[in-house]
Design a protein around this ligand. Structure first.
Ligand SMILES: NC(=O)c1ccc[n+]([C@@H]2O[C@H](COP(=O)([O-])OP(=O)(O)OC[C@H]3O[C@@H](n4cnc5c(N)ncnc54)[C@H](OP(=O)(O)O)[C@@H]3O)[C@@H](O)[C@H]2O)c1
Length: 268
C-alpha cells in the first residue's frame, strides 16, 4: 500500500454489508470507490489506481462464481494487487446451495494470482433488528430457536474487512468471523427483552408456513435455497469461533447485548 490516501473499490457498496464496509474504510481515511450494477461495464476503469478491491456478492445471487470471476478478471486487468472476498461460515456445507457457491468462489479467489484474504462471517446480529424494531411480540424463525450460532455484529465484520484491505499481513488468510459467544434465537430474544424493556418471545415457525407467509414473495430458487438453509439451521445452527475476530479488532469484539443496545437505541 502506498503512502498516500488509500483508494479502495468496494463491490456491492450500496448493500447492507458493502455500505458498512465502505463506512469503516471511510472512517479510516480511505477513498472509497463504490461499485454496483450502474457501473458494472466500467469495472477495469474503476479499479485502475485502486490499492485494493473488497468483493461482496449480492445476497443469494444465482451464480456467485461467475460474478466473482468477472470481478477477478477486472482486478487483473487493472493490476490491483490485493482483494478481500466476503464468503460465509461453513461455505463447504453441501446441504446449502448458496454456501457451495461461495466455496467455489473461494477457490477462484485462491487461484487468482492476487494477494487475497477470505472472510467467512456468520449471520449478522443485525438480521434480527427489523422484526425487533417493528414492535412484533417475538422472533419467529423457521428453525429450532435453541440451536447455536456465532452471531456477529456487522459493524465488527466491516472493521475487520477494512483492516485486511488497508493493512499488511493478511495475504493468504481465511478468517472465520463469529461473535464473542455462541447464541441461539432464544438468547437473542432474552437479550432483546432486556434492551427493549418488554418481553420478546422466540418461537419456531413451521417451514411450510414460512413458505406461504414471509417467503411467499421470493422466487422459487431463493425460496428453495433458504429452505435448505433453514433445514441445516434446524439441525445444526451455524456455530462459529469468535477468537479470530477478537484478534483482528485488537481483543474487543462487540457482545450481543451491546450490538442490540446500539441498533435498537431510540435515536436510530
Ligand atoms: N446477512 C448475513 O447475515 C450474511 C452473513 C454472512 C455473509 N453474508 C453475505 O454477504 C453478502 C452481501 O449480502 P447483503 O445482504 O449485504 O447484500 P445486498 O444488500 O443484497 O447488496 C448487494 C449489492 O450488490 C449489488 N448488486 C445486486 N445485483 C447485482 C448485479 N447483478 N451485479 C452487480 N451488483 C449487483 C447491489 O448494488 P447496486 O444496487 O448498487 O447494483 C447491492 O447493493 C452476500 O454474499 C451474503 O451471502 C451475509
Amino acid at each position: 500500500m502506498g503512502s498516500g490516501v488509500p483508494r479502495i473499490a468496494v463491490v456491492g457498496a450500496s448493500g447492507k454489508t458493502g455500505s458498512a464496509i465502505s463506512g469503516a474504510l471511510s472512517g479510516r481515511g480511505a477513498d472509497v470507490v463504490p461499485v454496483g450494477r450502474a457501473v458494472w461495464t466500467r469495472l477495469p476503469e474503476l479499479f485502475a489506481g485502486c490499492d485494493a478491491v473488497g468483493i461482496v456478492a449480492p445476497n443469494l445471487y444465482g451464480d456467485e462464481p461467475a460474478f466473482v470471476a468477472e470481478v477477478l478478471a477486472a482486478v487483473h486487468g487493472a493490476r490491483v494487487t490485493r482483494v478481500s472476498y466476503h464468503s460465509v461460515v461453513a461455505p463447504y456445507a453441501p446441504e446449502m446451495p448458496h454456501h457451495l457457491g461461495k466455496a467455489r468462489s473461494e477457490d477462484l479467489v485462491r487461484r487468482a494470482s492476487v494477494g487475497w484474504t477470505i472472510l467467512q462471517p456468520c449471520a449478522y446480529v443485525q438480521n434480527f433488528v427489523p422484526p425487533l424494531r417493528s414492535g412484533a411480540p417475538g422472533l419467529e424463525v423457521p428453525y429450532d430457536v435453541h440451536r447455536p450460532f456465532g452471531l456477529v455484529d456487522l459493524a465488527d465484520v466491516a472493521e475487520a474487512t477494512a483492516t485486511v484491505l488497508l493493512e499488511d499481513g493478511h495475504t493468504g488468510a481465511t478468517y472465520e468471523l463469529g461473535g464473542p459467544t455462541l447464541a441461539s434465537v432464544t438468547d437473542v430474544a432474552v437479550v432483546a427483552s432486556d434492551v427493549l424493556g418488554r418481553r420478546v418471545t422466540a418461537s419456531r415457525l413451521d417451514p411450510q408456513s414460512w413458505t406461504t407467509g414471509p417467503g411467499v414473495t421470493l422466487g422459487p430458487r431463493e425460496r428453495d435455497w433458504l429452505l435448505a438453509m433453514f433445514r441445516y439451521y434446524d439441525q445444526h445452527g451455524l456455530p462459529a469461533g469468535g477468537r479470530v475476530l477478537g484478534g483482528l479488532l485488537g481483543g474487543r469484539s462487540t457482545s450481543l447485548a451491546d450490538t442490540l443496545a446500539r441498533e435498537l437505541a431510540p435515536t436510530k
